[in-house]
Ligand binder design. Structure first.
Ligand code: NAP
Length: 387
């Protein structure tokens, strides 16, 4: 067995930080809950692959783990988790039965930890999958089934590729579900071009890139001016969420609805992606077009939603809940790197030592794009032109 350096979140650190912050999530210093640890890697089995981790993306579920605002995942997993469910790595060793990968290959990890009978995840790797070890580490041992070859010729930089393994499959799944449901109700014969809205965040941005690539009209409602501008440069219409007071009062939602009606010639949004819930949920429903679909795989601001069932029935609106993609779907989403998915990256590429600060800045919502951490100091020749 070999050992490596890996970040851990302990229930003890989460409790200590919650106590120091007096139960106020906004005062929690997320960086204090992430500690660099010595991790014993498991023995390689015949179907396993050993990776040198090159770069990782910061994912929002680490904030949920550090705040324990949805479930106290570190506690329920026995007091400690090794987080990190999105990585780009170089294969350095393969088990005797591994045929699809060889040393030197650059690969992505997906985080579908346990597919159900239809391929959808019952558990997420490095989150609620028991005994799963995440990839905020120098090295990792994974099953070959957890890997997808990295599309190094996609035109994306290594950092842009590193932004996508978790967010792109999620957006892909949300989009194919939302569109599929809408098309069950309204055929292309009746309506060709749809109005598609998403709220802030990396997943939402990618959802809109899929819609735009198919010729639909895409609208991005976010607070971050930098992120709105990045999408506007690609022809996606920006709507400043702060101009509507982040939907705190009914009057804010009314004003937002009026603006959406103006932007869409009175039609409203046919597809809405809402990964945030909380006040965003009501705003997303209010601007739904007839037969619209509101889709989500997130609960960043709230786990609970309520709505007027009568109004949604009369408008024929569908509210759909998804989770991460199937393993096959992760492969399909990866085919779209560079041609459709062109992620916006935060201006700083964090060092491995600065990973805790990266998460605190994510918590403070000050990043200008998807945050990336460089793990390997020495990169393989195959990616040197992508740095
Ligand atoms: N189930 C799954 O498979 C899955 C997969 C990926 C993500 N998720 C979940 O989905 C959520 C979003 O993920 P992501 O990766 O897209 O997040 P992200 O890239 O970290 O973006 C989060 C966004 O939230 C917005 N935000 C922050 N505070 C807000 C507030 N008070 N009101 C409204 N918006 C606020 C910010 O946008 P602005 O400030 O610009 O508005 C920010 O860009 C997270 O909860 C994550 O855990 C679930």
């Amino acid at each position: 067995m070999s050992s490596t350096q890996a970040y851990a979140i302990t229930a003890e650190a989460v409790a200590a930080e919650a106590e120091r912050a007096g139960g106020d999530y906004s005062k929690v210093d997320v960086s204090k809950t992430l500690v660099l640890d010595d991790l014993q890697l498991r023995e390689m089995g015949p179907k396993d692959v050993k990776l040198k981790v090159l770069a990782v993306s910061a994912e929002h579920n680490i904030e949920h783990a550090a705040l324990a605002d949805t479930v106290n995942i570190a506690q329920s997993r026995g007091g400690k988790i090794y987080p990190g469910n999105s990585a780009v790595g170089e294969v350095i060793e393969v088990g005797s039965e591994v045929l699809d990968f060889a040393p030197g290959d650059v690969v992505l990890t997906h985080c579908n930890g346990e597919p159900d009978e239809f391929g959808y995840p019952l558990r997420i790797w490095a989150y609620d999958k028991p005994d799963s070890i995440g990839w905020y580490s120098r090295e990792a041992v994974v099953g070959a089934w957890q890997l997808v070859k990295a599309p190094l010729s996609s035109g994306l930089s290594l950092w842009e590729i590193a932004a996508l393994p978790l967010r792109a499959p999620t957006a892909y799944h949300l989009y194919r579900r939302a569109l599929g449901i809408y098309r069950l109700k309204v055929s292309r014969e009746h309506k060709s071009v749809l109005n598609v809205l998403s709220f802030g965040g990396g997943v939402g941005e990618l959802f809109l890139m899929l819609a735009q690539a198919e010729g639909h009209k895409a609208f991005f409602c976010a607070g971050s001016a930098e992120r709105r501008q990045a999408l506007e440069e690609r022809g996606i219409v920006g709507i400043d969420q702060r101009a509507f007071n982040r939907f705190k009062e009914p009057a804010d939602i009314k004003a937002f609805n009026k603006e959406v009606k103006r932007l869409t010639d009175g039609e409203g949004m046919h597809l809405v992606c809402d990964m945030l819930r909380g006040p965003v949920f009501e705003a997303g429903l209010a601007v739904s077009a007839r037969c619209g679909v509101n889709v989500s795989a997130g609960w960043q601001l709230s786990q609970q939603v309520s709505y007027n069932s009568t109004i949604m029935s009369v408008k024929q609106v569908t509210i759909d809940h998804t989770h991460y993609e199937t393993v096959v779907g992760c492969g399909a989403a990866t085919e779209l790197y560079g041609s459709v998915f062109k992620p916006t990256i935060h201006k700083e590429i964090y060092s491995f030592a600065d990973l805790p600060r990266c998460f605190q800045e994510m918590h403070e919502n000050t990043q200008t794009g998807i945050p990336i951490v460089r793990v390997a100091e020495e990169m393989p020749d195959s990616v040197k032109n992508l740095l």
